[in-house]
Design a protein around this ligand. Sequence first.
Ligand SMILES: Nc1ncnc2c1ncn2[C@@H]1O[C@H](COP(=O)(O)OP(=O)(O)OP(=O)(O)O)[C@@H](O)[C@H]1O
Length: 453
Amino acid sequence: MIDGAILVDKDVRILWSNDKHVWFTDQRMASLGLRSPADLVGRPVEQVIPHSRMREVVETGRSLPLDIMRYGDHTLLVSRLPLRDGDGAVIGAIAFALKNSLTYLRPIAERFNTLQTRLARMEQELAASRAPKYTVENLVGFSPPMLQVKRLVRKAGQSGSGVLLLGETGTGKELVAHAIHAASERADRPFVGVNVAAVPENLLEAEFFGVAPGAYTGAARQPRPGKFQLAHGGTLFLDEIGDMPLPLQAKLLRVLQEREVEPLGSNQIVTVDVRIIAATSRSLPDMVRADAFRADLYYRLNVFPIQLPALRDRKEDLEILASLFSERAAAGINQPMRELTPSALDRLHAHDWPGNVRELANVIEQVYVRTDGPRIEGADFADILPAASRPTQPARSRPLAEAVDELERTLIQKALEESGGNKLEAARALGLSRTNLYAKLQKHGIGSASPKA
Ligand SMILES: Nc1ncnc2c1ncn2[C@@H]1O[C@H](COP(=O)(O)OP(=O)(O)OP(=O)(O)O)[C@@H](O)[C@H]1O
């Protein structure tokens, strides 16, 4: 099948060529004063074949198994391979050529095209799933503190520096992180979030930096890329950064300084270009003073801090948020939207909102599920909003699970209020593990965002 073959030594001089005039035309042979292939021996390959890539193969030791080149008036399919001695040192190279044989390649080319199209579609779908879900327009509220947040979000979008979001649970930190990403130059690159508090401590490192193939056995440690690699070119949102264990803080600081990560079980360094947006509901300065958070990491993260106001400090926004969530709740269960009466708004204003906007959304949703009527009245919140006046004994018989659920919810809210939103402290007071509390917060929709993918 082979139309042409040529062999060069380590200095890329021709050692041998078959006698078929594949590589060069009669004119070229004549212009070089050559009569037969034997006359080529000893000449640098480029003297005879000006575009030859044999030197590249000899110098790099890498083969070029499939290449298409034009020689004179024909197209050649060329394979080039390095030749090595017994110790593996490159001593030359060999090339084979097939003349006018591109039709052989058609099935491969067609399969390649199909795969290429499929890959492009999957990349598009993946990019869409990692694209920012919310922009600054999705931040609802016109109270002065909220307007200031929106200004800072736009500014942070332009600046490109790291951002630290401060605020109680449910104040919209994740929403704001999305909005900053969407307003930044990285908007069309991935947005990846990790909730540090929701990942068991022993898995955090793998979650961040990934696991190299063959590093461990067991389902929990399958080879996979870490969040840093997934967020490459985009933004990594680290929620509840205050819950990061000290040894991992040291590693994170190194990554932020060196812009390199080392997957678990690998000794290969991977370069990453990631913008960090961190969030915390805890006081990092207090934690620094208590030696629970590294001062150097805190200063590195605190370049552009944004304080998100608690809902109780921007009650002007209650009404617009409540009607937004009312609309969503109605749509969610396919019912007409119910108007919020003045008595309902009074009841909402009287509440302290330890769970902030998330708690408000959840309370409105519960009203839709638990009560009926064309409008929402203040009395509809009686069983939903914990009130000082509420009897500790249930007023009527009802399923035990429902009552237990409600008690659990109230106790968790109380613990959060008492700890000032500090989940670790609340978990301790309730005798729960951190991840267990997180699961319950999620169940009740009070304290936690869903673990971010
Ligand atoms: N200004 C806002 N406008 C509209 N929706 C909001 C606003 N703030 C918060 N929300 C909604 O409230 C819920 C909680 O917000 P988010 O998850 O961003 O809070 P968080 O501060 O990240 O909470 P956590 O600290 O518990 O993770 C989300 O459903 C979010 O869409």
